[in-house]
Design a protein around this ligand. Structure first.
Ligand code: FAD
Length: 497
C-alpha cells in the first residue's frame, strides 16, 4: 500500500525479475514485485485465460484498438482486425524504425513467447558477454537456469511421425539437402502434454493455434516455474496493473519508488509511493532502459553513467517465408511451438528457427525467424519535447541481418528451385524487417553497471534483465537472461545483503 516500506522491490516479473525474487526470498528477504500487466490467472467469459492466435480479442494486445500481428499479411491481404482497448498480453511497442514485441503481465515475455530454450554454443559465449566467466556459466548457471525453467526436447520418434511437425520435417529436408546443420531446439512447452493433445486425451493449446497471445495449457511459463516457487516461500507479493514511474534516493536512505495503479483500459486510478532498501530493475530491455534514461535525464538519478541507454540490439531478428513446390506441403495441422533450427552461425552469421505458420489450411509455405549477427546497435534517449524515450534504430539497419539470413535461404531456394514468399509482410515484400521479438541491451553489464548488475553511482540499485546483454545472444535469449540473473543474484546475496 501507499507509504509502505519494503526490503526489496522488483520492477517487472519476467525472467530477470522472477529469478531475483525467488533467490532473494530463499535468502530470507521480503520481496515485492511490481508488474504493469495483468495477473493472467482468471478465465474470461469463454472459460479461457488467453485468446487464440486465430481469433484475437481484447486480451491479445496491450492498449491497442487494432491488432498488430507480426506477420500481418496473408496471400497479400492484411489480416489485422479491430479490438477494444484493454491491457492485453502482447505489446507491439512502436519506435521510429522498429516495432518491439514484448509480453505484459505476471510472467513477462514467458506468457507470449515460443518457449524456445536455447543455450548458446560455448564457442560463441565470449562475444555475447565478454566480461563473464564462461566456465562458471556453463558449469553452474546455465544448468541452474535450464533446471529452473523446466526445459525439455521433443521425442524424436514422435517428431518423425506426427502430422503436427510435417512443416519442420520439410524444413529439415531442405536444410540438409543444402548442406546446413539442422538442430533440434529445446523448449519449455511440456512435450508429453503436446503428445496427449495430439492423441486427443488433453485439451489442445499448442495444437489449437495458441501461442502469441498466451497458451492456456502446456507451456511452463514463469507463472508455473520460478514465480510459483517464489510465491511458495511466503515472502514474495506481486502487484499487477501497477507501473513504476520513478525511483530516487530517499532522505533517510534507500529509495523512494513512485507507482501508478492502472485499470484495464490503461487509465491511472491511483499513485502510490513506497520506500525500498533495494530496487531491482527487471522491466525488460526496453522497460528498464526507458526508466533509467528518463530518471537520469529528469534529475531523479542524475549520477547514472553515460552508458545508460546504449548498446541496444535486436538480436538480429529477421523473418521470411519460402514458397514450396506442390509436392512439398507443410501441412494444414501445425503445432505453434518451434522445435528446430538451421545453424549457419559460424559460416554465415545466421541461426534460423524453422517456424510454424499455423493457419489451419495448407499454405505450401516454409516460414523462418532468423537470429543473425547484425552488428548494428541503437541508443535510447530522453525527448524533453514529447516527454518520451526515443530509440534511434532505423529500419535500414536490418540489412546486415537480411544478408546473413540470405546465406541460408538463397542457397536453399537455389537447391530446391524455389522462391521467397512475397505475400506475408505486405504486397511483394520478402523480409519481415520491421520488428524484433528479442530486445537486448540498454544498460549493458560492466558498462552501465558493474560486472554483476550494480548500477554505477547508486548502491542498492541493480539491473537484472535482458538490458544487461549487449544486443545479441546468437540464439533465442531467455535462457541466457535467466542464467545471467542466477549468476548475478548469487553474488549480490553473498556480498551485499
Ligand atoms: P520481460 O520478460 O520482458 O519482463 C519485463 C516485465 O516488466 C514485463 O512483464 C513488463 O510488463 C514489466 N514492466 C515493464 N516496465 C514496467 C514498469 N515501468 N513497471 C512495472 N512493470 C514493468 N525468447 C526465447 O528465448 N525463446 C523464444 O522462443 C522466444 N520467443 C518469443 C516470442 C515472442 C512473441 C516474444 C515477444 C518474445 C520471445 N522471446 C523468446 C524473447 C523473450 O521472451 C524475452 O527475451 C524475455 O522475456 C526477456 O526477459 P526479461 O526478464 O528481460 O524481461
Amino acid at each position: 500500500g501507499n507509504g509502505a516500506h519494503v526490503a526489496a522491490l522488483v520492477i517487472g516479473t519476467g525472467y530477470g525479475g522472477s529469478v531475483a525474487a525467488l533467490r532473494l526470498a530463499q535468502a530470507g528477504v521480503d520481496v515485492h514485485m511490481i508488474e504493469m500487466g495483468m495477473a493472467w490467472d482468471t478465465p474470461g467469459s469463454d472459460g479461457k485465460i488467453f485468446c487464440s492466435t486465430l481469433s484475437p480479442d481484447n486480451r491479445s494486445y496491450w492498449l491497442r484498438t487494432r491488432t498488430k500481428a507480426p506477420l500481418n499479411y496473408f496471400l497479400g491481404f492484411p489480416i489485422d482486425r479491430d479490438i477494444s482497448r484493454y491491457t492485453g498480453v502482447l505489446d507491439a511497442e512502436e519506435f521510429s524504425g522498429i516495432t518491439v514485441y514484448q509480453g505484459r503481465g505476471v510472467g513477462g515475455g514467458s506468457l507470449v513467447n515460443g518457449g524456445m530454450a536455447v543455450t548458446p554454443k560455448r564457442e560463441n559465449f565470449a562475444a555475447i558477454l565478454p566480461s563473464v566467466n564462461a566456465d562458471e556459466m556453463y558449469g553452474t548457471y546455465y544448468p541452474r537456469a535450464n533446471a529452473g525453467l523446466g526445459v525439455g526436447t521433443i521425442r524424436s520418434a514422435w517428431f518423425d511421425s506426427t502430422d503436427w511437425y510435417q512443416f519442420a520435417r520439410v524444413g529439415r529436408k531442405h536444410a540438409q539437402r543444402s548442406g546446413f546443420p539442422f538442430v533440434f531446439v529445446p523448449d519449455v512447452y511440456d512435450w508429453n502434454y503436446m503428445e496427449q493433445e495430439a492423441a486427443g486425451t488433453a485439451t489442445k493449446s499448442a495444437l489449437a493455434g495458441e501461442i502469441l497471445y498466451g497458451n492456456n495449457y502446456g507451456k511452463k511459463s514463469l507463472q508455473k516455474t520460478y514465480i510459483a516457487q517464489a510465491k511458495a516461500t511466503g515472502k514474495v507479493t506481486i502487484s499487477p496493473l501497477h507501473k513504476v514511474t520513478s525511483v530516487a534516493p530517499a532522505a533517510g536512505g534507500g529509495y523512494t519508488v513512485v507507482i501508478q495503479q492502472i485499470n484495464t483500459t490503461g487509465d491511472t486510478t491511483a499513485t502510490k509511493t513506497v520506500t525500498a532498501d533495494r530496487v531491482f530493475f527487471a522491466a525488460g530491455s526496453v522497460g528498464t532502459s526507458k526508466l533509467l534514461v528518463k530518471l537520469k535525464a529528469t534529475g531523479a538519478l542524475p549520477n547514472l553513467n553515460a552508458e545508460v541507454g546504449k548498446g541496444w540490439g535486436d538480436n538480429g531478428n529477421v523473418m521470411c517465408g519460402r514458397a514450396n513446390h506442390l509436392w512439398d506441403p507443410t501441412g494444414s495441422s501445425q503445432s505453434t511451438i518451434p522445435c528446430a533450427g538451421i545453424d549457419n552461425w559460424a559460416a554465415g552469421g545466421a541461426f534460423a528457427e524453422v517456424a510454424p505458420l499455423p493457419t489451419g489450411i495448407e499454405t505450401f509455405a516454409s516460414f523462418y525467424l532468423s537470429i543473425t549477427k547484425n552488428p548494428n546497435r541503437a541508443q535510447f534517449s530522453w525527448n524533453a519535447t514529447t516527454g518520451q524515450v526515443d530509440l534511434n534504430w532505423q529500419t535500414a539497419w536490418k540489412q546486415p541481418g537480411i544478408d546473413m539470413a540470405k546465406t541460408i535461404f538463397d542457397k536453399i531456394n537455389s537447391t530446391e528451385g524455389t522462391i521467397y514468399r512475397t505475400d506475408l509482410f505486405g504486397v511483394y515484400k520478402i523480409w519481415g524487417d520491421h520488428l524484433t521479438y528479442h530486445p537486448l541491451g540498454g544498460a549493458v553489464l560492466n558498462k552501465a553497471t558493474d560486472n554483476y548488475g550494480r548500477l554505477a553511482g547508486y548502491p542498492g540499485l541493480y539491473v537484472i534483465d535482458g538490458s544487461l546483454i549487449p544486443g545479441n545472444t546468437s540464439v533465442n535469449p531467455f535462457v541466457t537472461i535467466t542464467a545471467l540473473a542466477e549468476r548475478n543474484i548469487e553474488k549480490i546475496i553473498a556480498t551485499d545483503l
